[in-house]
Ligand binder design. Structure first.
Ligand code: FAD
Ligand code: EGO
Length: 481
């Protein structure tokens, strides 16, 4: 029953709506409140703070620099880090059960394992603490009319329409607001389900209550097609996430097939997971699907902007989805600060014109990383690549920054990260080819000198030819940017 009475949001010109009270929406509400807007946040679920069990995605997440900077802007960084577990290095588990660690960088360069539910609760409580924020739970957006900037919601009892000055779509990868924008205007949209699904498994503490694995690492079991990771929780358990093709999931139908699979690929994890626990977890937890979404523009209809997963759902192979969504909010906030009188439309236009590149870049980077990891990254290769990264960074600390470090430990815009990593790759190719060719030329010269062939004038041009070839190569590589 749609009552078209414009309720609730009449007082004040600067009244805005946030759709979605997930991680991004609840952060965005606090940032807008700080700028003095009256914020109404609508969330389709009930208040997670009063729920005993929350269904949904991933139990813990990796928080890195971009996310931390955004939390800092609302004064929540310290609180969140108090309950977070720092992971200073990756610990790579090979099939044989041997492990190696590789630090992420300096002591400050670590990623944090945070509890999704706790973080969401903290963000909601912070938003609610502002006088100018109202939270509306069990309010599901069903329609949007951008000519009037009005939104239609349904609650368990009724449905109604509200008018607002501006709306932020933070309603996740399957965004209703985005669908409404696509209906209204020329919104380009691209989505892809990848072949892999994921399953979360609880790795309980040891009988003595201690962590079953060293806690301050991101544990990774790289097995090409099958990838498994584990992030620590404050209750001394780990949340293990197994990524593999849906087909493989479907082919594991009973306890025997499951244990055989684990004995073949992840034998070292079997003892700590426990065979009974693994079986229970595997067959009672759902298999999650992974979607990648890109769209353009993110500002449409004069009064609506998409943020977070609604604008760019990325595959989880860089651990950047939440971080990128938080950075969206921070960038919008910075543009709002720069706009005269907090002109929200101007900020939105500027945001939409500039930031989409970075959203597309992190979606591409994540998908590329997925393809790379699944195609040839086993534990040896993983370690080799990471060791090369750190040696190169040690040799050339300013010129060469590992791609993962730029993504996780800097605020270099993602599209510049892509350009920079391409440049770094070219530089390394040049360095390797140059040293290779130099060695070759020296060897040839010495050999000819010994055999006396070098006395003949026509062979003296050899180094010149090599020089020309190299010069050509340089131009090819540096010119093709
Ligand atoms: P969501 O968290 O999806 O929130 C959207 C909210 O909108 C929900 O509360 C939903 O109920 C509400 N909503 C939906 N439709 C409506 C409607 N019609 N009306 C009202 N409300 C609505 N990111 C990281 O940074 N690090 C990680 O380590 C990491 N690991 C991940 C692992 C997995 C397996 C997955 C799947 C994702 C991972 N991510 C990670 C990504 C991260 O989970 C998301 O990027 C993040 O949750 C996005 O937040 P959001 O608020 O945009 O969307
Ligand atoms: C070769 C080897 C090329 C998420 C390794 C590229 C991602 C990629 C899912 C890790 C860490 C937080 C994560 C590293 C690479 C989270 C992450 C990484 C996974 C899977 C993840 C790293 C949750 C890319 N960060 N990362 O360098 O340690 O390297 F393995 Cl499957």
């Amino acid at each position: 029953m749609a009552q078209s009475t414009m309720t609730r949001e009449k007082e004040g010109q600067r009244s805005v709506a946030v759709v979605g009270g997930g991680l991004v929406g609840s952060l965005q509400a606090s940032l807008l409140a700080k700028r003095g807007f009256n914020v109404n946040l609508y969330e389709s679920r009930a208040d997670i703070r009063s729920m005993t069990h929350v269904s949904g995605r991933s139990i813990n997440l990796a928080l890195s620099t971009r996310g931390r900077e955004a939390l800092k802007a609302v004064g929540l960084e310290a609180t969140v880090l108090q309950d977070a577990i720092p992971m200073y290095s990756r610990m790579i588990h090979s099939v044989s059960g041997s492990t190696s660690t590789q630090p992420y960088g300096t002591k400050e360069q670590c990623i944090y394992s945070v509890d999704r539910r706790r973080l969401n609760e903290q963000l909601l409580t912070l938003a609610e603490s502002h006088d100018n924020v109202s939270l509306h739970f069990s309010h599901k957006l069903t329609r949007a009319d951008f000519t009037k900037c009005s939104l239609e919601f349904s609650t368990p009892n009724e449905s109604f329409t509200v008018a607002t000055e501006f709306v932020f779509g933070c309603d996740g990868a399957y965004s209703t607001l985005r669908r409404q924008m696509m209906r209204y205007g020329r919104l380009n949209y691209e989505q892809e389900y990848i072949e892999h699904g994921y399953k979360e498994l609880c790795l309980p503490p040891l009988p003595d209550g201690d962590y079953a694995l060293p806690p301050n690492h991101l544990h990774i079991w790289p097995r090409n097609e099958f990838m498994m990771i584990a992030l620590p929780n404050t209750d001394h358990s780990f949340t293990v996430t197994l990524f593999m093709p849906f087909l493989t999931f479907e082919n594991i139908r009973n306890e025997f097939e499951l244990l055989t699979f684990f004995e073949e690929h992840f034998p070292d994890s079997l003892d700590i997971l426990g065979r009974d626990n693994l079986t229970k977890e595997f067959f009672s937890n759902p298999t999650g699907q992974v979607i990648s979404v890109k769209c353009y523009p993110h500002f449409l209809g004069g009064c609506a902007v998409l943020l977070g997963d609604a604008a760019h759902a990325v595959v989880p192979f860089y651990g950047q989805g939440m971080n990128a969504g938080f950075e969206d909010c921070l960038i919008f906030y910075e543009l709002l600060l720069a706009a005269p009188q907090d002109d929200i439309v101007q900020a939105a236009q500027c945001y939409s014109d500039t930031h989409w590149r970075d959203c597309h870049a992190i979606a591409d980077l994540s998908k590329y990383n997925y393809l790379e990891m699944r195609s040839h990254v086993n534990s040896r290769w993983f370690l080799l690549l990471k060791t090369m990264d750190s040696i190169l960074h040690w040799l050339l600390p300013r010129v060469f920054i590992p791609l993962y470090s730029m993504v996780a430990f800097s605020r270099i815009p993602y599209h510049q990260v892509v350009l920079r990593s391409q440049r770094q790759r070219r530089l390394i190719t040049i360095a390797m080819v140059t040293s290779g060719v130099s060695v070759l030329v020296c060897v040839v010269c010495v050999a000819m000198e010994r055999s006396g062939a070098y006395n003949s004038l026509r062979y003296r041009i050899l180094p010149c030819v090599a020089g020309c070839v190299l010069k050509d190569f340089y131009q090819q590589v540096t010119g093709s940017s």
